[in-house]
Design a binder for this molecule. Sequence first.
Ligand SMILES: [Zn+2]
Ligand SMILES: [Zn+2]
Length: 410
Amino acid sequence: MDYLLAVVDPRLTEQVYPTSWTEDYWPRQLLTLFTLTLLFAFVMYFSVAAVCYVLLYNRCSSLHPLFKPRQIVSEIRRTLSTMPFIVFATSILFLVEVRGYSRLHDGHFWRLWTLVEAATYVFFTDMAIYFLHRLLHTPRLYAHFHKPHHVWKVPTPFSGQATTAIDSVLLSSPYHIFVFLVPLNKILYLIMFSMINVWTIAIHSGGYNVPQYLHHHVMDSQHHDIHHRLTNYNYGQYFTLWDHIGGTYLGSSSGISRVITSSPPTSELCIRRKSGGEFKDYYETLRQEHEKKMSARQQDYERQMAQRQMDHEKEKLDRLEDSKKDSIGSHGKKMSARQQDYERKISQRQTDHEREKLDRREDSKKNSIGSRLQREFASDRMERLRGRYRRLHNIEIPAIIMESASMEMP
Ligand SMILES: [Zn+2]
Ligand SMILES: [Zn+2]
């Protein structure tokens, strides 16, 4: 944006700004950026949407029962009412970038590295927008900020930017966040930013469809139409990668998308209208038939959903019951294990006690036997001493002395 500022700003100096406002004065830069961006957004919106309307949009889509009366006028009115706020927020981000706080650089544009930067930019913004878009579909955020974009069930090129200011600022924030994180060529940034606006309008045009072999990988109008009608699928911006990873992908050929997004044969209506046939009556009959079919489908869908809900509740209750039983069983098992442990300990203690008693009895028995043997041994010894003394001295030692001596012997 500083290239554009350098070209435009000097030409406005004398006519618009006071002389005291120098070229690098930030309010002057902000005002210039705001004017430039507003002009750019306005021209881009009308020119690209008009081209898409002429070249890509199937005008018979306006005969679809979900197409709102005067829808294109409402879309343009909403876009114009929010555009100044979105442009103001974007201009602030541009100002920060111009004043050198981003990682935008003046490096050579024609080199291989520019391709790497472009690929990284696309990958990052595609991923970030997928998650922000999913976030905007959470009930609270959806009701306040994103739902006005989904009132267009049959989008037209003019509904691409017809949303709330917060929704638009949030979904475009990755384009600006990236340049504060990763180096990016300034010219490449301007080109990418313009292309993103073209892409956003194109995927709302109904007729911007990639070849069938790419349909599974690249977002196109069919994917985005499904998103507008079913709301919970195809959140991506350029590729279907994150929808595949996040489980939110729904291709146009899948059964469910064909059932829910089905409409009266608009081509037939178109032919009738062009040939000047009784279009109104025919359309009214077709519309009634379609509504009948749709209400039957709706009822069927609601019945299925209620059944699923009931099954889910039942499953939950069963699971709860099972977990209760398990916990009771495990408690019982724990208690019986404790009981067994306790009984084992008690019996062990009894056995120990009995064994101790037996040991003690054994010991006392042994002691009594020992003392008796000791006594016998002592009397034997005395008798032998007494014999020897008698033999030596021929005198008998009185029994009382021997007894007292044997008492003293160990
Ligand atoms: Zn959209
Ligand atoms: Zn959405």
